[in-house]
Design a protein around this ligand. Structure first.
Ligand code: SF4
Ligand code: SF4
Length: 433
């Protein structure tokens, strides 16, 4: 039988009449999120989620990520409101053996939930917006630090905050410093060291500027000791609390300023250094996952955590082996976002070689506060349950001073144990400067 006689083989004329079947609507935005379909339901991510471990109602990262993404292919599906119970600790990212971009999916889902489903006049939205924009609150509060510190830690004000805004009254607000880091920086006349080869642009973030300028000053003194020229450009919040609360428009505005300022300096030979591991995480991973500003990839590729950078570029180990400090013992907690960057062992490995120091890692559990999460009235108990393992290990460690790189982990460590908490840069300053 010839082709023309065979009904399953159309003639050339018939072929030109062929109308392809339209499988996808032209208007449909095809978001195939690379990696989303790699999930093979092993549930490893669920077993590493600290929220799922203590909260039976939380369906876990597998549901928040790939399962919800599949459900969303149907037009009439809303984002499940349990997305607001994910603390954005990002531990599930590291746990997945199949490289599913879980935290990217959570951030996108949370952003969509807030944008399309959250009542913008609700107490929850207003509270989350306020907490996410801590920098604005801090800018105002630090103009009159004594008055703000007194007011925010007044028990009546705390009760009102809890009733009206849903901010827990169980925690004491971190105190604002009398002088911000940036004020100190300008008062001393900026950089004291010039160098053609060794240049860093410091991303101090909000907390080191307004609350713990001693950490930022320690960074300046340590890097200048090693001969680095330091720039402190204009900057906004790294966006970490905004991602965690689904405020992606706020995060995008902040990121645009940060990328523009820091990418200009990268072009002049600077690397970007952060003293907070969540800030470095945000610039390195979340910016390129969520934004496409000119310079985003360069900022991501040139951002480092402070001690990580010194370990790469200086012989920090030898310097520490030759130094000594007064006898002191630390209970060290590695923040989840430090783990995501592979930095969880560096402080312990380095300081155990420092004469006078005893340092103990208190394990790999999450501190539970996850930035703004533990400040929410309805999340406070979950946050403290997650923190129990860390508190317990801290109390059993020899040291009664805590150490961590993350400002909110340090709040939780102090809150759960009553210990003073140091940043590794403060011990580096004591040892080397
Ligand atoms: S760990 Fe990865 S592959 Fe396993 S269930 Fe979670 S997302 Fe899926
Ligand atoms: S980011 Fe943390 S809290 Fe959120 S789903 Fe992943 S492991 Fe759980």
């Amino acid at each position: 039988m010839s082709d023309a006689e065979n009904p399953s083989n159309p003639t050339p004329d018939e072929q030109t009449d062929f109308e392809p079947v339209q499988v996808f609507d032209d208007e449909t935005e095809m978001d195939l999120r690379p990696g989303a379909d790699n999930c093979y339901k092993c549930t490893t991510c669920d077993t590493t989620c600290p929220v799922a471990e203590v909260d039976d109602d939380f369906p876990g990262p597998k549901f928040q990520g790939p399962e919800q993404w599949r459900l969303k292919r149907k037009d009439d599906e809303d984002i499940d409101d349990s997305i607001t119970s994910c603390s954005n600790c990002m531990r599930c990212d590291n746990a997945c053996p199949s490289s599913v971009p879980l935290s990217q999916m959570h951030n996108t889902a949370r952003g969509e939930y807030v944008d399309k489903q959250m009542d913008k006049l609700s107490r929850e939205y207003l509270r989350n917006r306020l907490l996410s924009n801590y920098r604005i609150m801090a800018e105002i509060g630090s103009k009159v630090p004594r008055l703000t510190n007194f007011a925010l830690n007044n028990s009546l004000v705390q009760k009102v905050n809890e009733k009206v805004l849903g901010i827990t009254s169980e925690r004491d607000f971190p105190e604002f410093a009398e002088q911000t880091f940036r004020e100190w920086w300008h008062e001393r006349g900026g950089a004291q060291v010039s160098s053609e080869e060794k240049k860093i642009a410091y991303f101090h973030g909000c907390y080191s500027n307004y609350n713990t300028p001693e950490v930022a000053k320690a960074l300046v003194r340590v890097f200048e000791e090693f001969g680095y020229e330091i720039a402190v450009p204009r900057q906004r919040c790294s966006g970490t609390p905004m991602f965690a609360n689904g405020m992606l428009d706020d995060a995008e505005r902040a990121a645009e300023v940060n990328v523009s300022e820091f990418s200009d300096l990268i072009d002049e030979g600077y690397d970007v250094i952060a003293s907070c591991t969540s800030c470095s995480m945000s610039l390195r991973q979340e910016y390129p996952e969520l934004f496409e500003f000119h310079g985003t990839a360069e900022v991501s590729a040139h951002t480092y955590e402070a001690m990580e950078y010194l370990r790469i570029h200086e012989d920090l180990e030898s310097e520490i082996e030759d130094a000594s400090v007064e006898e002191q013992s630390f209970a060290y907690h590695a923040p989840c976002h430090a783990r995501n960057q592979g930095l969880e062992r560096q402080a312990v490995e380095l300081f155990r070689e420092l004469d006078g120091v005893n340092i103990e890692d208190v394990g790999d559990s999450c501190s539970g506060i996850s930035g703004t999460y533990g400040w929410k009235d309805e999340k406070y108990d979950t946050s403290m349950k997650i923190g129990e393992e860390m508190f317990d290990h801290m109390e059993h460690a020899e040291g009664n001073v805590g150490m961590t790189e993350c400002p909110t982990c340090s709040m939780q460590m102090e809150h759960g144990t009553g210990y003073d908490i140091k940043h590794p840069l403060q011990l580096l300053e004591e040892a080397l400067v």
